[in-house]
Unconditional design. Structure first.
Length: 536
């Protein structure tokens, strides 16, 4: 018996105890959750449980919808809270809480027409005053709230024109406003004024969305019940009465839970670890494994703090040539296209004329020999929520070790990783990332210009081009400027270097619909539904 199968069998025993002993509160109306069938009873003609369980590879770290910085938090709060616009994550935006929008002539302001007849879960009415309150909170929290830091540095003011029209004023042309809007969820002003941060810390959580927040147990699960008064129920009236997002970071435990029928889907950040997919063999009648190429990717970010070895260009080139990217993709991540730079296909700035990275250990050794590197130990920090985090980063450390680097790997949970990264307590960090809507604006402004990850990188020329990109409204000009930045990442080289573009494998029971698997690598659960006709 393989070690991998042993891990899954052990995980099955643990999960039998965990899921069997976790109390499941009754659903609204007094009915026992799950109806007449257990989770996993997805059989044509059978009464299917009204509870759906989704295993997710990353924990939520906050419930404040204005302060999320990871997918675990975003997917959790998005069940309950909604944005003014929706997106297909490929650059197209659609009305949601806002029915329409219009930029002024130079793109420095936009007016939004709000939807009428929308209420928060606590009965508060959604209108222009609510929108103004939300954006004023983001302006006040410009340096503390994750959504403000990442998306709204250009926002100068917000004003209500009348009850259903709002104007956002920017410090200049802001072509990425729609991308920012789709990531900005509305909270009720009256409830926040009454409770303050306790609205999230005490899990009160009133949104406008299709799911009412019930409970979050850190590191275990979040539970939601159906909002039967949802404003858009004519277009989305889920079969399910109850949703559990279960945070299962350890891959074999997630697969074991899925095979045992304790969860109905296993969704991994960037996809399920490639070495877990073969374990689904024999379950094809119940579970489909979806495989698709995304524009999400994995990269290394270098520290440039005082005394860092990466101030030496030769050290950076040694690192670039010392990593066998294709081997990592093929053997640890399920395959992927050749990596060219930081902007993969589907992202504004992608340039197919850039040659893929080359693995050349002899050249890497020569660069290191010609450098000032003194053999010191370098910390490679990784996030356990990323696919195959430990195996991938140990492989990188081993490859770099063979050309003369001394790398130690630390894999931390998402909260600890984010804290250490923000404080700059690393020499290199490794992370899975994606560009929402295929737009690199957020990445370039937050991670490069404002250096929210404490790398101390500074390059006058790159910064100037990024600043031009942030105000360019013409699509062709945005492509030209982003492509220029893309080349700069290769030519410096740094402060970031990509090492994998990902195919994603996600495992979902036949008949489960509405789990959004977007081309940019983002996922969403707030439209989950059931269609028994899809069961083979």
């Amino acid at each position: 018996m393989s070690k991998r199968m042993v891990r899954v069998l052990v995980a099955l025993l643990v999960l039998a105890l965990l899921f069997g002993c976790t109390p499941t509160p009754p659903a609204p109306g007094g009915d026992a959750p799950g109806g007449d069938a257990a989770p996993g009873g997805d059989t044509p003609g059978a009464e299917r449980s009204r509870t759906v369980n989704i295993a997710f590879s990353e924990n939520a770290t906050t419930l404040d919808p204005h302060n999320f910085t990871n997918q675990g938090s975003r997917a959790t709060v998005h069940m309950t809270f909604e944005a003014l616009v929706r997106s297909d994550h490929a650059g197209n935006h659609f009305p949601h809480l806002a029915e329409s929008w219009e930029f002024n002539e130079d793109g420095s302001a936009m007016t939004l027409r709000l939807r009428e007849g929308v209420y928060f879960h606590n009965g508060e009415y959604f209108d222009a005053d609510a929108v103004v309150f939300n954006f004023e909170r983001l302006i006040e929290g410009r340096s503390t709230l994750g959504v403000a830091i990442n998306f709204w540095q250009a926002l100068e003011s917000v004003e209500a024109i009348d009850q259903y029209n709002v104007r956002l004023n920017f410090d200049g042309p802001f072509s990425s406003a729609l991308t920012s809007l789709k990531c900005t969820f509305m909270i009720p002003p009256g409830a926040f004024e009454e409770h303050g941060e306790a609205l999230f810390n005490d899990q009160i959580m009133y949104g406008t969305g299709p799911w009412i927040f019930e409970e979050w147990v850190d590191g275990q699960f979040a539970r939601f019940t159906k909002n039967t008064s949802y404003w858009n129920i004519a277009n989305y009236d889920s079969y399910f009465n109850e949703v559990f997002i279960r945070y299962v970071v350890e891959p074999s435990s997630a697969v074991a839970a899925h095979l045992a029928g304790d969860v109905d889907a296993y969704i991994g950040i960037g996809g399920i670890s490639a070495d877990m997919v073969p374990l689904y063999a024999g379950a094809e009648d119940r579970i489909q494994v979806v495989n698709f190429l995304t524009s999400s990717f994995k990269y290394l970010h270098l520290s440039y703090r005082e005394g860092s070895v990466f101030h030496d260009e030769n050290v950076r080139w040694a690192l670039v040539y010392g990593i066998d990217r294709q081997s990592i993709s093929d053997n640890l991540l399920g395959g992927g296209p050749p990596v060219r730079s930081m902007f993969p296909q589907g992202v504004v700035g992608y340039d197919p004329t850039i040659e893929p990275y080359v693995f050349d250990p002899d050249r890497a050794r020569q660069f290191l020999e010609d450098s000032t590197y003194d053999g010191r130990e370098l910390l490679l920090l990784a996030n356990s929520g990323s696919p195959s985090a430990e195996s991938v980063n140990l492989a990188i450390a081993d490859m770099l070790g063979q050309v003369g680097f001394n790398i130690v790997v630390r894999v931390e949970d998402s909260a600890t990783f984010n804290t250490l990264r923000a404080a700059g307590e690393y020499d290199i960090f490794s992370i899975h990332s994606m560009y929402g809507d295929g737009n690199p604006f957020n990445h370039l402004t937050a991670r490069i210009l404002r250096d929210i990850h404490g790398s101390y990188f500074y390059d006058t020329e790159m910064f100037a081009v990024i600043e031009e990109f942030t105000i360019a409204m013409d699509p062709d000009e945005r492509q030209r400027l982003a492509a220029q930045v893309n080349r700069m990442f290769r030519e410096l080289p740094g402060p970031q270097t990509a090492y994998a573009v990902l195919y994603a494998n996600q495992a979902i029971n036949w008949g489960i619909t509405g789990i959004d698997l977007f081309p940019d690598g983002f996922v969403g659960f707030n439209r989950v539904d059931w269609d028994p006709t899809l069961i083979p």
